[in-house]
Design a protein around this ligand. Structure first.
Ligand code: NAI
Length: 286
């Protein structure tokens, strides 16, 4: 039987989530995606109208099929947590069952189980502010959307994951080294995500035989990264200073994710795996 993957955080064909979906599909997995509710309409319309047809093509010439798109807002665990203004917001009112708990229930109803869970989402409303100017709410929102969201996904999806399954998130080196511009508590959120990767690997490994890893990815011109505002500079910096002087493609991260999700990585858990042309290993720029 082929593996089934749920990838949270796909809303266009530019980001890491899309590339991971493609690599998993190329390896034979069935693809389910979770799409942020406010982005759902445009994503589904674009899919239907063939806007992604070119980027859906897999190495063997076939086309990636997304079996089902689920609405998701990973900031809310269950319906009781959703505030009134979100409930009645017209971008949300058109969809239902998009809290993490309900999304897991829907996947269970539709397919029973999954084998692979990918968290490729982050959000920090004050990302463009230095941390000294970040509000408490902004900081907590970054942690909620970018770190706790992974814990919540695991909590609700592990019960429907087959033993031997794998989970992956995406992190960034700003968690451990100073990257001015990655503000609003986003650096803190990635530090939490990496630390949680270890503790979750222990808990999910012992109890459920599930692996938990995170990929520390180099810079990619995704929608989220463009919103931060310094992505071109980071790409240029990497080109100049990394051991491998080439632009990082999303596919390279997708392929690493497919490896980590596969039996080839059956002894790898609790790891931060760098997929960044080696930039993390440099001490000074040369
Ligand atoms: P992206 O824009 O393709 O992906 C982020 C996704 O998160 C979007 O689809 C957005 O709709 C979704 N999202 C935001 N808030 C959400 C919520 N509350 N619930 C559900 N979905 C939500 O951008 P990218 O860059 O591919 O991001 C994917 C992951 O890769 C993130 O964790 C990011 O921090 C990480 N990453 C990105 C790097 C880059 O240079 N682009 C470098 C290292 C890590």
């Amino acid at each position: 039987r082929g593996k089934r993957a749920f990838i949270a955080g796909v809303a266009d064909d530019n980001g890491y989530g899309w590339a991971i979906a493609k690599s998993l599909a190329a390896a034979g997995a069935e693809i389910l995606v979770g799409t942020w509710v406010p982005a759902l309409n445009i994503f589904e319309t674009s899919l239907r109208r063939g806007k992604f047809d070119e980027s859906r093509v897999l190495p063997d010439g076939s086309s990636m099929e997304i079996t089902k798109v689920y609405p998701l807002d990973a900031v809310y665990d269950s319906p009781e947590d959703v505030p009134e203004d979100i409930k009645t917001n017209k971008r949300y009112a058109g969809s239902s069952k998009w809290t993490v708990k309900e999304a897991a229930e829907s996947v269970k109803e539709d397919f029973g189980t999954i084998d692979i869970l990918v968290h490729s989402l982050a959000n920090g409303p004050e990302v463009s502010k230095p941390i000294l100017e970040t509000s408490r709410n902004g900081y907590l929102a970054a942690i909620s959307a970018s770190s706790y969201s992974f814990i919540s996904l695991l909590k609700h999806f592990i019960p429907i994951m087959n033993p031997g399954g794998a989970t992956i998130s995406l992190t960034y080196i700003a968690s451990e080294k100073i990257i001015p511009g990655y503000g609003g508590g986003m650096s803190s959120a990635k530090a939490a995500l990496e630390s949680d990767t270890k503790v979750l690997a222990f808990e999910a490994g012992r109890k459920h035989n599930i692996r938990v890893n995170t990929i520390s990815a180099g810079p990619l011109r995704s929608r989220a990264a463009k919103a931060i505002g310094f992505i071109d500079m980071m790409i240029d910096y990497s080109l100049e200073n990394a051991p491998l002087q080439k632009e990082l493609t999303a596919d390279e991260v997708g392929n690493a994710a497919a490896f980590l999700a596969s039996p080839l990585a059956s002894a790898i858990t609790g790891a931060v795996v760098y997929v960044d042309n080696g930039l993390n290993a440099m001490g000074v720029g040369v």
